[in-house]
Design a binder for this molecule. Structure first.
Ligand SMILES: [Zn+2]
Ligand SMILES: [Zn+2]
Length: 225
């Protein structure tokens, strides 16, 4: 395979509220412990929608080319270039990055609470042809998981974590308040535990989807108690 040598790529760059442009930007430079990944699929997180509307942590995602003005973290793809210190991954590997890169040495990392890491980095900038990630933040995709499915890895991880905390069991009942994308993922993950699932949601077509995804009981609290 010839070495990857593209210098320019297309990216979605946000310059102000709802002012999104597809532009030519530089392909990200990688450090020795990083890899460059061709982005194959990306999910749109509510944080991206808030960025797009201009109501989200602007200091984290400044307008324009510096950060593309968007988070863009629910992405996956295949590796096109590896830094010289990377041992465990090679070109062509299908991967999904974890959004948080923990420092590994603060108090919270020591307690295993890496999501609370004081010095964490974020893997973002996925609304582009290529994006980079430290190799240590990558997970390999099994062959039977498509890129589109893998774009759900981060939101599903959130649901699995919540499920771990409540450790629902058969015979128990779990109430999920809200049937948006996360609520509907919770339905599917919670059903795997064998518990009965009730979804409360005021939007009728979301209630219908909750049923389709396996909810045992759906309730519209605007219409019934
Ligand atoms: Zn997200
Ligand atoms: Zn840390």
């Amino acid at each position: 395979m010839p070495d990857f040598d593209k210098k320019k790529m297309k990216a979605a760059v946000l310059y102000g509220p709802a002012d999104l442009h597809i532009e030519e930007v530089d392909v990200p430079e990688i450090k020795p412990d990083e890899v460059l990944i061709k982005v194959r699929a990306i999910g749109i997180c509510p944080s991206d929608v808030r960025s797009y509307l201009g109501i989200y942590k602007r200091q984290m995602y400044p307008w324009g080319k510096e950060s593309y003005g968007l988070s863009g973290h629910e992405w996956c793809g295949d590796i096109v270039k590896v830094g010289e210190a990377v041992k465990d991954f090679s070109v062509g590997d299908r991967v999904v990055p974890e959004i948080i890169v923990p420092c590994g040495s603060c108090k919270y990392c020591g307690m295993g609470l890496t999501n609370l890491c004081k010095n964490k980095g974020n893997i973002t900038r996925g609304y582009a042809e290529y994006a980079k990630s430290p190799a240590k933040a990558l997970f390999r995709l099994p062959d039977n998981v498509s890129f589109v499915e893998a774009a759900f890895a981060e939101p599903i991880a959130v649901c699995l974590h919540a499920n771990d905390i409540i450790s629902a069991k058969p015979g128990q009942t779990v109430l999920i308040i809200g049937g948006g994308p996360m609520g509907l993922l919770h339905v599917q993950v919670t059903k795997l535990s064998g518990a009965q699932v009730i979804v409360s949601e005021v939007v009728e077509n979301r209630l219908k989807m909750a049923k389709d995804f396996g909810a045992d009981i759906t309730v519209n609290p605007a219409k019934e108690d």
